[in-house]
Each structure stands twice: as C-alpha cells, then as structure tokens.
Design a protein around this ligand. Structure first.
Ligand code: HEC
Length: 251
C-alpha cells in the first residue's frame, strides 16, 4: 500500500472512531422535520416565538421589518401579531426582560436566539423544547433530558402538560455501577394540545429559529433559480453563435 493510501485509511479509521465515540452515551435526537420554505409554518413559528420566547430571549440581529417582508405579512398583521415589545418596524427583537434581571432570576442570562439554530442545530432545539420533565430536586421543578440542570423553566407546560422521564438501569461496568439509561417519557398531566399538535407547535417554532439564523437563504433560493435560467439562456445563445460562426469554415 502506498504512503498516500495508508494515510487515507488512517484518516477514515480515525473519523469512524471519532463519530462512534461522539454517539456513545448521547441520547438520540429525533429529526425536527421543519421546512424553511414553508411560509405558513414560519408565520406560525414567528407568532409562537413572540408569544412564548421573546419574554426572555432576544434576537438582536433580526428586524421586524425584514420578518414582515420575508414572511409575507402586511404592516397591520406585523403590528397585531408580532410587535408586542416594539414600537417601530425597523427595531430588532429585544427581550421584554432585561438580561441583568434574567441572569439574577434564572442564574443564567437567556441566550440570544439570532444564531441559535446554527449553533445548536434544529434537531437539538426541537428535542430540547420537548425534553422537559418533572424533577422535584430542581429549583424550577423540571429538568431537561438534553441539558441537564438547565435554568430555563418549562415555559410550554400549559400546552404540553407535564411528563415524567423513565430511566432504567443500564449495563453495569466492571466496578458494578449501572448507569441510568433513558427509556422514554410518560405523560403525567395533559396539556391544552395533543402530543401531535405540540410537536407541530415546536416544529414551527424551530422553523422560525432556522429562518432567523439565515434570513438571506430564502432570497438566495429564489435568486438561484433566476441565475440558472439566465445561464441556460446564455448557453443557448452561445451555441447558436458557435454554429453560425463556424458554418462557413470547411471541415
Ligand atoms: C422564562 C424565561 C425563558 C423563556 C420564556 C424561554 N427561555 Fe429559553 N432559556 C432561558 C434560560 C435562562 C436559558 C439558559 C439555560 C441554561 O443554560 O441552562 C435558556 C436557554 C435556551 C436555549 C439554549 C439551550 C442550550 O442548549 O444551551 C434554547 C435553544 C432556548 N432557550 C429556546 C427557547 C425557546 C424556543 C423558547 C420559547 C418557546 C424559550 N427558550 C423560552 C429562559 C427562557
């Protein structure tokens, strides 16, 4: 085997090893299944975000005006449905609660959401928001399966209801200690939404977070289609020109 092949093989083995390591011990994430091309879903997500998240979380790179333009909302819809915290459409999304107060109350300032979907991934946020469970030992009364000891309260409990996490004993290691392995959630109280409706609610919210983390993406897709159309047209013209110019040249 050549030196090059050897190093490639080494690299592949290392990569496989690393991914196996990353996967071990982690809880599998369900796919968020959101679609940033679905404008109705983004509109619902924007409303969800403003009603349930913007009390604590800002999105300081996002202007109301751009949301209205991208999500096809007129000014009246924008003001009535989204602008609870703002006076003017060119303002950015600020949390109702000052960050310093929030830090004092929750022990941790709620992070800005502008780039959260890019930082953590939509699957993670989808699972995080559905992952709160009752825990009598926690100061907020709940813990989260994906961010253990989190200081974010279970803000969607009225919609989802409360759930309990079931853990079973895993395989014991050499010292005889068995780890707790997550085995699923059990509903304790029902919320105002069914499980399916709640998943949709979270999916729309996550969709909105993905959109704000890269607002230009929608424009870029539309632009891409025009660029391809232009290129095909140009190809056609140059092919015709080529035929025309070369037609008198003897073969
Ligand atoms: C009552 C205040 C409050 C509300 C309302 C709230 N959050 Fe949070 N959120 C927090 C705090 C505090 C943290 C920091 C948690 C931590 O690091 O333990 C946080 C953290 C997060 C994180 C980061 C998790 C991580 O892994 O670092 C995400 C994502 C998030 N919130 C999404 C949301 C969404 C979406 C909503 C609306 C459905 C929402 N939050 C509503 C207070 C809030």
């Amino acid at each position: 085997m050549g030196k090059f092949m050897k190093s490639i093989t080494c690299l592949v083995v290392l990569m496989i090893g690393a991914s196996a390591f990353a996967a071990s011990g982690e809880i599998e994430l369900e796919k968020s299944g959101n679609d940033p091309g679905n404008t109705a879903s983004l509109q619902r997500g924007a409303r969800n975000f403003m009603s349930y998240c913007a009390g604590c979380h800002s999105a300081i790179y996002v202007r109301y005006k751009s949301i209205a333009r991208d999500l096809e909302l007129n000014e009246e819809q924008l003001i009535d449905n989204l602008m609870f915290n703002a006076e003017r459409p060119f303002e950015t999304i600020q949390a109702s609660m000052p960050a310093s107060d929030a830090a004092r109350w929750f022990g941790r300032a709620p992070p800005d959401m502008s780039l959260m979907a890019r930082a953590k991934g939509t699957d993670y946020i989808y699972n995080f928001l559905r992952g709160f469970y009752l825990d009598p030992d926690s100061p907020t009364g709940v813990d989260n399966l994906h961010l253990s000891g989190t200081s974010m309260p279970n803000v969607l409990w009225e919609l989802q209801g409360y759930q309990r996490a079931v853990f079973v004993a895993g395989e014991a290691d050499e010292a005889g200690t068995a780890p707790h392995v997550f085995d699923g959630f059990e509903s304790v109280t029902t919320g105002t939404m069914s499980a399916k409706e709640f998943d949709e609610f979270v999916r729309d919210t996550v969709n909105f977070l993905e959109y704000i983390s890269e607002p230009i993406r929608r424009t870029r897709r539309v632009l891409g289609v025009w660029v391809l159309l232009f290129l095909s047209f140009f190809l056609f013209v140059s092919w015709k020109l080529y035929k025309d110019i070369w037609k008198d040249v003897p073969k």
